[in-house]
Design a protein around this ligand. Structure first.
Ligand code: PLP
Length: 451
């Protein structure tokens, strides 16, 4: 049997990891995750870790759900693969698109399947431009996004995203994509009324549309809550103003719910939580609880009509668009969510409990703000609680805290000096207690390590 060390050596020799500093990885060796059960994963050294990130924001029903395994196996026996190209279809894709049309906000009745969130956003870029071209406005090419947004890692996904460190590699963003400021009150709005700040940030969209020319802008894209940017929950004033501006200038509104979809904010979709009316809605991750890769762009009746009535075909698609086994898992995932009332349980019980317990961490000397919405939450680490001054960058406070968390048995993620969580939606109140206890312990240890 392979020991941890031999796995790590082979890993370093042959496996190139996403978003990883290879020098650090090779010095330490990767943590080898062997199995999962409920909200816990276990590594090859026998450590039990409470996975407060649900993998990468995706294992919503937790690890070890046999029904999802059975759904995949059954579909693989019957038809492991077929595609939706060239006028063919199969029942899992048809059933899932019908189900999604019922579940998602009104008017989004058409699904374009992809293999991932990034592929959803590549699809968005191509689809909105094709839509406007088909309507006789091919000059409407510009897509407006936000700084510090995350929309994936493909060329288009990373370009739509507003992560400066990603743009520094490979000559991004691609043309005709631009970014306005984000509604991140803690980092950029202190001293200002949060609602005023939210309005001001939303109105940057209007300024940008006017600057580019109304007839040049195809769409605005945003995550309802910026996830990878640091669980940035916009002030209440933000989304209504964005909606007003998109409506006024006839700009398509694309809502990226790759993280927020499927119950994470306490409604099936965050568009319902924030009362947003998307023209396109991107889904992935929680659609299968991460058990198989799948994404879907939900498309409004109006956009779908233009695309389906167009004279030319929409020349876009992936080999695994609507993979039958992934669709079968998604159908079963949704069935379990409905049967176990996961969304109302999150909204009425677990999220309010998490919010209450999470707020206790705001008292900690290292914490400048504790915030949560549904089942995502963040802690802002500060060097000075009164002035909210941050640590010097080279201190790597977030990474220090993250490593301490893992050593204490808790998987929390660091975004700079913001610690974030997105636990499985099936987490119990008792496990929330455990999470908060481990987080508190880890903050204490971090404080000690940094002083
Ligand atoms: N959009 C959002 C909001 C995301 O958080 C992510 C991934 O974290 C993506 C898109 C990209 O999804 P994927 O990694 O499946 O390509």
């Amino acid at each position: 049997m392979s020991t941890t060390l031999t796995i790590q050596q082979q890993d370093s020799a042959h496996c190139l990891h996403p978003f990883t500093n290879f020098k650090e990885l090779n010095a330490k060796g990767a943590r080898v995750i062997e199995r999962g059960e409920g909200v816990f994963v276990y590594d090859s050294e026998g450590n039990k870790l409470l996975d407060a990130m649900a993998g990468l924001w995706c294992v919503n029903l937790g690890y070890g759900r046999q029904e999802l395994v059975d759904a995949a196996a059954k579909q693989m026996q019957q038809l492991p693969y077929y595609n939706l190209f060239f006028q063919t279809t199969h029942t899992p894709a048809v059933e899932l698109s019908t189900l999604l049309a019922e579940l998602t906000p009104e008017g989004l009745n058409h699904a374009f399947f992809t293999g991932s969130g990034s592929e959803c956003n590549d699809t968005v870029v191509r689809m909105v431009r094709h839509y406007w071209a088909s309507k006789g406005q091919p000059q409407k090419l510009e897509i407006i996004s936000r700084k510090n947004a995350y929309h994936g890692s493909t060329m288009a996904g990373a370009s739509l995203g507003g992560m400066a460190f990603m743009h520094q590699q490979g000559g991004l963003p691609i043309p005709n994509i631009c970014h306005i400021d984000q509604p991140y009150w803690f980092e950029e709005g202190q001293g200002q009324d949060p609602q005023e700040f939210g309005l001001e940030r939303a109105r940057q969209l209007e300024q940008k549309i006017l600057e580019l020319g109304e007839d040049k802008v195809a769409a605005f894209i945003a995550e309802p809550i910026q996830g990878a940017g640091g669980v940035i929950i916009p002030p209440d004033s933000y989304w209504p103003e964005i909606q007003r501006i998109c409506d006024k200038y006839d700009i398509l509104l694309v809502v990226d719910e790759v993280i927020c979809g499927f119950g994470r904010t306490g409604e099936w979709f965050a568009s319902q939580t924030f009362n947003i009316k998307p023209d396109l809605l991107c889904l992935a991750k929680g659609i299968t609880s991460g058990y198989l890769p799948l994404g879907a762009v939900m498309v409004s009746d109006e956009v779908a009509k233009v695309i389906t009535d167009a004279n030319s075909e929409f020349a876009h698609g992936f080999t695994y668009s609507g993979h039958p086994a992934a669709c079968a898992v998604a159908i079963e995932n949704i069935r379990i969510m409905q049967q176990e009332n996961i969304v109302s349980r999150v909204r009425d019980e677990v999220a309010p409990y998490l919010a209450q317990r999470w707020q206790e961490l705001a008292e900690h000397p290292l914490v400048g703000e504790a915030r949560s919405k549904g089942m995502v939450a963040a802690l802002e680490l500060v060097a000075d609680k009164q002035t909210k001054q941050r640590f010097a960058k080279e201190v790597n406070a977030g990474e220090v805290c993250r490593d301490i968390c893992i050593n204490n048995g808790l998987i929390m993620r660091a975004c700079g000096q913001t610690m974030i969580i997105s636990p499985p939606l099936v987490i119990t109140k008792q496990q929330v207690d455990q999470l908060v206890t481990l987080a508190k312990q880890s903050l204490d240890d971090t404080l000690q390590a940094l002083s």
